[in-house]
Design a protein around this ligand. Structure first.
Ligand code: ACO
Length: 227
C-alpha cells in the first residue's frame, strides 16, 4: 500500500468529538459514505447522546487547522439481548444486562489514509469496550465490496460471522453486508459442534505427531549405536 507524502510530518492525536466539529463531521460523512445520515445523527454524536466517538486530528497542521477532524469513529452501546448477535455470546443468565458496542461509522479523509489512523481509532473503541465490565463484544456491518475496511477488520482480528443478503439499499440497488465481531471480557461465542470437532481432531493430531516424533528419535538412537 502506498504511503501518503506530506510536506509536513503529521502528528496525529485522538480526542472525543465535540460540538465545534459538527460541520466538518457532516462534510466528511457526505464525502466518503454512499449513505446519507440524518442531522439528528450528527447532533447525537457531537452532544454525546447515547453515542461515544473519537476524532483524529493532525496537531502539526498550520493556520488554526491543528484541531480539525481528519478521521473519526462513532459507536453506540446496545443491550446484547436486543441485538441480532445476542445469541452468539456466551450467555450468563445472572447478567441479563450484558452490552455490546456497535460501530456506526468509521472514516479517514483520503490524504491521511494508510497511516494507521483507522487502526488506532478502532483500538480506542476496543479499549473502551474492554473497560465496560458488562460489555461482551464490539461489532459492526460493512458493505461486501468495501475491501479496505474488510482488510482492516480482519487484520485487527475481528471475526466475520455472517453475510447478510441485501442488507443495504443504495440508489435503488441492494448490497450484502458482512457482520464482524471482536469479543471482549470473555464474551466469546459458545462452541459450535463443528468447532468442538475441529478442536478434538487438532488435539489428537498433535498428540499423534509427538508420539511419532518420539518413536523416530528412538529409532535414530538405535541406528546410531547398533551395538
Ligand atoms: N486496501 C487494502 N487494505 C487496506 C486499505 C486498502 N486501500 N486501507 C487499509 N487497509 C487495511 C490494511 O490491512 C491495513 O493494514 P496494513 O497497512 O498493515 O496492511 C489496515 O487496513 C489498517 O490501515 P489504516 O491505515 O489504519 O486504515 P486507514 O486509516 O487508511 O482507514 C478506512 C481505512 C477507514 C477503511 C478508510 O479507507 C476510509 O475512510 N474509507 C472510506 C470510509 C469507509 O469505508 N469506512 C468503513 C466503513 S465500515 C463502518 O463504518 C462500520
Amino acid at each position: 500500500m502506498a504511503k501518503q507524502n506530506f510536506s509536513h510530518h503529521p502528528t496525529i492525536c485522538y480526542r472525543p468529538i465535540q460540538p465545534c466539529d459538527l460541520e466538518i463531521l457532516e462534510r466528511i460523512h457526505a464525502d466518503i459514505f454512499p449513505i446519507r445520515y440524518e442531522s439528528e445523527f450528527f447532533q447525537s454524536v457531537v452532544h454525546e447522546r447515547d453515542i461515544v466517538s473519537w476524532a483524529a486530528v493532525d496537531r502539526s497542521q498550520p493556520n488554526g487547522h491543528s484541531d480539525e477532524l481528519i478521521g473519526f469513529v462513532t459507536a453506540r452501546i446496545v443491550l446484547a439481548k436486543e441485538t441480532e448477535i445476542g445469541d452468539l455470546l456466551r450467555y450468563d443468565p445472572s447478567k441479563p444486562d450484558q452490552t455490546l458496542v456497535y460501530i456506526l461509522t468509521l472514516g479517514v479523509v483520503e490524504s491521511y489514509r494508510n497511516l494507521g489512523i483507522a487502526r488506532s481509532l478502532i483500538r480506542q473503541v476496543i479499549k473502551y469496550a474492554s473497560s465496560v465490565p458488562a460489555c461482551r463484544a464490539v461489532y459492526l456491518h460493512v458493505i461486501s465490496y468495501n475491501v479496505p475496511a474488510i482488510h482492516l477488520y480482519k487484520k485487527m482480528s475481528f471475526k466475520c460471522i455472517r453475510r447478510l443478503q441485501d442488507f443495504y439499499l443504495i440508489n435503488g440497488q441492494h448490497y450484502d453486508s458482512f457482520l464482524f465481531v471482536y469479543y471482549v471480557n470473555g464474551g466469546r461465542s459458545p462452541c459450535s459442534p463443528l468447532e468442538l470437532l475441529i478442536a478434538v481432531v487438532s488435539y489428537m493430531t498433535s498428540g499423534l505427531k509427538s508420539v511419532a516424533a518420539r518413536i523416530r528419535k528412538n529409532e535414530e538412537k538405535t541406528a546410531k549405536w547398533p551395538k
